[in-house]
Design a protein around this ligand. Structure first.
Ligand code: GLY
Ligand code: MN
Ligand code: MN
Length: 429
């Protein structure tokens, strides 16, 4: 029984069996840390609800604390110094999961049930059936929260957070109608700070994601040729990522010619023309930990003089950014170092986005912008000249440790001569 249960959990959280126990312990430690941070308060973290057809991916905060990568669910944590009501029966953590019927399972496969077996698997004190609606959850909370409780909930300000934001609002409105003594604090900064420092298990997943992404870039080189297509390159990258057991961390950007000058281009449907550039921004995700890599290639195999001129500016900017990475520096300082190179070349207004963002469970992970050991983030300057059909970005993922900076995606070359050599070699095969 125990063995079967372990296999099921592995399927749900998609981690190797030998690391499962460590992951359960790490998530427990995260919940304990949240309980310490909120002291006399309570924390409520809402899971991403299902969409009509497919699971859109669990919210990063919920996944980080529970490991449940299924839709829905609500986690309630009692602060380390908070009073408990009799209704809580002394519990410090309660996970609410939906109770699914047979028909639901027929459509979506195995689902975690709100029962003791799931609680044991997840290492969470108790897993209870989730109330059907926000109003039901509010009634439950009204019983569980003591007088004048402070409820810490993430504010969910992100563009992908619309659904959880709505549940949060409805729950809160109903709860405050029942219990006007309850006040609210934003839990997002606490979770963002915690998530920004990666533990060894997280780093293991991120390293694997970076390694297989570099392999995927190598694998797509033969598809970079005049007469080829953005769609084919996208498909080869996707196949390479999936064949390695990972998932795409985001919709890849495969933009040729003027499309390369659109930083979040997503159509990936045009032809590859001789003499133009191809910008590829792609990353695999392992256990949801996202790589995020960009390289820019000459479709014919050789950069033109003008393309090389701009390429070398972007490369110098990226190196200046990487050189500025250290404990105590800020993303703003790294950005300034990279931007200065591009400004000095007279191209400042063509670098139209920021240089750094955290990576982790989300490709744009949350976190503070002053660098500490354990953080993983991108360095990605770019220059975009749509009128010249030129777009060049170079993006790596770095890990900062007490010992220094490690570029996790350095294995894929970015020197222009090396890029040309790689393309030439891929054509001989
Ligand atoms: N791939 C998205 C980004 O670089 O931010
Ligand atoms: Mn990025
Ligand atoms: Mn990117």
């Amino acid at each position: 029984m125990r063995k079967a249960a372990l296999l099921l959990l592995t399927a749900v959280v998609a981690a190797a069996p030998e690391t499962e126990r460590a992951l359960v312990a790490a998530r427990k430690a995260r919940r304990v840390r949240v309980a310490e941070e909120i002291g006399e308060g309570y924390a409520l973290v809402i899971g991403q609800p299902p969409t009509e057809v497919l699971h859109p991916g669990q919210h990063g905060h919920f996944l980080y604390l529970t490991g449940v990568d299924e839709p829905s669910g609500v986690l309630l944590l009692r602060g380390a110094k908070a009073k408990a009501t009799p209704a809580a029966e002394g519990r410090r953590e309660m996970l609410f999961l939906p109770k699914h019927g047979e028909r639901h399972r027929q459509f979506t496969g195995h689902r975690l049930a709100p029962d003791k077996a799931t609680a044991d698997l997840l290492g969470i004190e108790v897993v209870l059936p989730a109330p059907r609606r926000a109003q039901g959850l509010a009634r439950e909370l009204a019983k569980l929260l003591p007088h004048k409780a402070v409820l810490w909930m993430p504010a969910y300000r992100g563009p992908d957070d619309a659904f959880v934001r709505e549940i949060r609002r409805d729950t809160l409105e109903s709860l405050q109608a029942l219990r006007s003594d309850i006040s609210v604090q934003d839990l997002h900064p606490v979770l963002a700070r915690m998530r920004s420092i990666k533990d060894p298990l997280e780093l293991g997943a991120l390293r694997r994601a970076c390694t297989l992404t570099v392999e995927a870039f190598h694998q797509c080189l033969p598809a970079i040729r005049p007469g080829g297509s953005e769609a084919e390159v996208d498909g080869v990258l996707l196949a390479a990522v999936r064949a390695r057991g990972a998932r795409p961390a985001y919709p890849f950007v495969v933009g040729a010619g003027a499309n390369a000058a659109i930083p979040h281009y997503f159509r990936n449907a045009d032809a590859l023309r001789a003499g133009e550039l191809l910008l590829i921004d792609a990353g695999g995700a392992v256990d949801r930990y996202a790589a995020d890599v960009t390289r820019t290639f000459p479709i014919s195999g050789k950069f033109t003089a003008r393309q090389r001129e701009i390429y070398e500016i972007v490369l110098r900017a990226q190196r200046a950014g990487l050189d500025a990475v250290r404990v105590g520096a800020t993303f703003r300082e790294i950005d300034a170092a990279a931007r200065q190179v591009i400004k000095d070349a007279g191209l400042g207004k063509h670098f139209i986005h920021g240089t750094c963002h955290h990576v982790g469970l989300d490709v744009h992970d949350p976190g503070p912008t002053r660098i500490q050991a354990g953080m993983t983030f991108t360095v990605e300057p770019g220059v975009y000249l749509p009128d010249e059909r030129i777009g060049i970005r170079i993006e790596d993922v770095v890990l900062v440790t007490d010992k220094g900076v490690e570029n996790l995606t350095a294995a894929f070359p970015k020197d222009p001569d090396e890029i040309e050599r790689l393309l030439a070699a891929s054509r001989k095969k």
